[in-house]
Design a protein around this ligand. Sequence first.
Ligand code: NAI
Ligand code: AKG
Length: 444
Amino acid sequence: MSYTEEVYERVVAQNPGEPEFHQAVKEVLDSLKVVIDKNEEKYRSVSLLERLVEPERIISFRVPWVDDNGVVQVNKGYRVQFNSAIGPYKGGLRFHPSVNQGILKFLGFEQTFKNSLTGLPIGGGKGGSNFDPKGKSDREVMAFCQSFMTELSKYIGADTDVPAGDIGVGGREIGYLFGQYKRIRGLYEGVLTGKGLTYGGSLIRTQATGYGVVYMLDEIMKAHKDSIAGKTFVVTGSGNVAIYAVEKAQQLGGKVVAMCDSNGFIHDPEGIKLDIVKDIKEVKRGRIKEYADRVEGATYTEGLGIWNIKCDVYLPCATQNELSLDGAKALVANGCKYVVEGANMPTTLDATSYLMENGVLFMPGKAANAGGVATSALEMSQNSMRLSWTAEEVDEKLHNIMIDIFHKADDAAKRYDMEDNYVAGANIAGFEKVVDAMMAQGIC
Ligand SMILES: NC(=O)C1=CN([C@@H]2O[C@H](COP(=O)(O)OP(=O)(O)OC[C@H]3O[C@@H](n4cnc5c(N)ncnc54)[C@H](O)[C@@H]3O)[C@@H](O)[C@H]2O)C=CC1
Ligand SMILES: O=C(O)CCC(=O)C(=O)O
């Protein structure tokens, strides 16, 4: 059995009930096999892979808060500090009822490679809670965030661990979390990113993940002598990543015909009117079905099946494992040519293989959605320097980082004779920097 297979079996045995973590580790270790095989003894002798798949630290805690009826509620809170070889832990907080330790471990593991690909000095971390902000009043969300930060504040700081947003954590939540950190620690520092512009946030951070996904698509297309103008898109989700992916795709001449939320999907053959989606999702915090009530010619379908809508480009921007083998088959049958992941691990392993075997150019989330965390690192730089860059400056830096990530993944794939296999390329390129730093720092 190879070293990578051995370590994968050990991960499955030692981390029961964490299927998403197993999946993320499998994808990475399968890609790394060609690299590890060449240096097996060197890496085995220092248990490099065993250390790479084990979080440095997991903090879990109780989050008690009082709801609007005066009833005490209790949620679970976590921070997974996965790998600090190349910088302070960095990664979002997710508030969603599905959150558990295994999901946060998969996200923290992915984040380590993603952050490495950005070229910036940030290690991998992730955290969150099984709290559901949906349907809660602003006061309830504030009470929850204050209680969550009261505990989390003991373990984070501008030079140790810098959380940000993810599913269910946007500008409102970051504001409440920042206020409580400042109050408890007495420090006005860049301990969170995604902050509001009046208290240390960076221009373009809100747009960065979605814009970055489309900048990545643009590079893939250019490398294959194609372009975004005139292409039909389906973008899943209707949250932060999805909305700004749609905005950039439309700016570059793409036509987006479908979006969704966790209840169902809308289809607008004339092209999605993004201002209406923004009003429903960003202002009213409503459901995507309201779009079909407001736009003539648009339809709403309850449940799954958005992948049956014909498109050239499919951008999954909602959540893990949303695109399964059946969806991948429908995309291929309808002539889809590009799948670029805005979400983290939205495509199952069998769906990924099917897409790649059938000629779809596929870019994994850890490369394609890295623009968000990269811009968070730019926010950290601005906070440290006590200055603010213009929107144009940040956007240009973001764009260049995405171009650079494309070339890192593309070059690594070519070096190992796997041209166009961006999954392998991204994993190898992300691994190379982390492993150099881990080897240099000794057994720790
Ligand atoms: N916000 C960021 O900067 C980054 C986010 N990501 C990833 O992008 C994805 C989306 O995150 P955000 O847009 O920030 O969150 P969000 O909370 O703003 O939006 C999430 C969207 O996904 C939809 N969704 C959730 N579960 C679903 C399901 N089971 N089926 C269909 N739709 C579902 C929700 O309805 C919502 O429209 C996540 O995988 C996240 O980890 C990745 C990099 C950075
Ligand atoms: O901006 C950040 O620090 C984290 C973004 C994030 O959670 C992600 O890249 O998945």
